[in-house]
Design a protein around this ligand. Sequence first.
Ligand SMILES: [Fe+2]
Length: 164
Amino acid sequence: MITRLDPIIEFREDHRKVRDSLLELAGAAEAGDLAGAREILGRINTMVGPHFRYEEEALYQTLREFLGDYVDSLIKEHDGAIETAKVAASLLSKPALSEEERRTVARAARALLVHVSNCDGLNILAERLPPERLEQLADHYACSRAQGVPLLEWADTIRGKGKQ
Ligand SMILES: [Fe+2]
């Protein structure tokens, strides 16, 4: 028997992991632990790719039923989150960072935290979906995870193409 994942539980669980990693990233950047910050950002990139992809390819479209055109602003929020992640990644690719640059990375991590807390609120709406829609979402979620495309790679390839 195949057990489907629970998209409500997994969604929140992803947010918890990303929340903790972003807090760790801000702390590492502020402490000047560049190796640590790079490792954490790498982890976030891997975790968040399938999550964002699931949101844009499945969840948001399903939530149009409740939110209507507001869904478009959720996608714009993702544009901002991706840009913020790129700023952090490009700074952390440098061999050394000034204090101001380290602060910029920490600020980026804290800005992304806001996205995590806003996004988690969508679960309260997803709970109202009928079981068959939740099953479809579960399958999309599992598929996106199985493909495992990291955030910045997805943003520059699959996501970009879909938007043209
Ligand atoms: Fe999310």
